[in-house]
Design a protein around this ligand. Structure first.
Ligand SMILES: Nc1ncnc2c1ncn2[C@@H]1O[C@H](COP(=O)(O)OP(=O)(O)O)[C@@H](O)[C@H]1O
Ligand SMILES: [Mg+2]
Length: 274
């Protein structure tokens, strides 16, 4: 029997119109979780999928900026918003990011639960959820109550980040959410002048971590200044430069995520092919 970890497990939210719900998670902040969530969502949409993006990082909602959106008047706005052909919701539409730090764990859960159940997401093939970083109570409650197909864990090659990634893996295992795999972000650097690839940190940490835990390694994304620039400009790199190397890597990531999610769905409700 599975034991609830902190008191009773929260009520599971049901989203009948959503075929696949992906949590993008990280053990700590600053590893590029939001960047990966946003570009993965765009990559899936570019493959003809109906995509929603929920920014559940109530502490640091960065999805609005990354999509060129800001606060709106909730009295005259219908949520979710639409951008780049995706449905998007974020606390950053209601509260400016600099005011978001006052949120407490239970409030975080309540807000995200409302974003999931009170907003009309309609029919979606994928709902990508940018989770708050870390493995505390707020994250745990969210992973228990959201109807997650699986989790994608983002890490960087540094040891500290990998230790936190392992904590994330354990959290999902405890709440029985399948971990679809690990993505290593800021993995290496390709010199724009000579094309030489340098490993800035010790190589292969994400891959080793994935092998250790027995989950797929979904890919390595290089450090690329254009990725950060596009994030700041509000047009994700996969949208602005679909033919770039990084966009191709995101393409591959989308395909691997699809394959892993398909395995979870098994025979019951296969996903539309990419
Ligand atoms: N592959 C990358 N190359 C260069 N900059 C990146 C990359 N991934 C993320 N960044 C930058 O790093 C910073 C943190 O990324 P972000 O996605 O906000 O992290 P998190 O959501 O984990 O806190 C941002 O300024 C972002 O543009
Ligand atoms: Mg973030």
């Amino acid at each position: 029997m599975s034991m609830p970890i902190h008191g009773a497990a929260p009520q599971k939210i049901v989203l009948p119109g959503v075929r696949c719900t992906l949590a993008v998670a990280s053990g700590k902040g600053g590893v590029g979780k939001s960047t990966v969530a946003v570009n993965l969502a765009v990559a899936l949409r570019r493959k003809g999928q109906r995509v929603g993006l929920l920014d559940a990082d109530i502490y640091g909602p960065s999805v609005p900026m990354m999509l060129g959106l800001g606060t709106v008047d909730p009295r005259t706005t219908r949520f979710p918003l639409e951008k780049f052909g995706m449905k998007v919701m974020s606390m950053g539409f209601l509260v400016p990011p600099e005011r978001a730090v006052i949120w407490r764990g239970p409030m975080v859960h309540k807000a995200v639960a409302q974003f999931l159940s009170d907003i009309d997401w309609g029919e979606l093939d994928y709902l990508v959820i940018d989770l708050p970083p870390g493995t505390g109570d707020a994250q745990l409650t969210l992973t228990q109550s959201a109807p997650l197909t699986g989790a994608v864990i983002v890490t960087t090659p540094q040891d500290v980040s990998l230790i936190d990634a392992r904590k994330g893996l354990r959290m999902f295992q405890e709440v029985r959410v399948p971990v679809l795999g690990i993505v290593e972000n800021m993995s290496y650097f390709v010199c724009p002048k000579c094309g030489e690839r340098s490993e800035i940190f010790r190589h292969g940490g994400g891959k080793r971590c994935a092998e250790e835990i027995g989950v797929p390694f979904l890919g390595a994304i290089p450090i690329d200044p254009a990725v950060a620039v596009q994030g700041d400009l509000g047009v994700p790199i996969v949208e602005s430069h679909p033919d770039s190397e990084v966009a191709k890597i995101y393409d591959q990531l989308a395909e691997r995520v699809y394959a892993a999610a398909q395995e979870v769905h098994a025979q019951q409700s296969p996903l539309p092919s990419l």
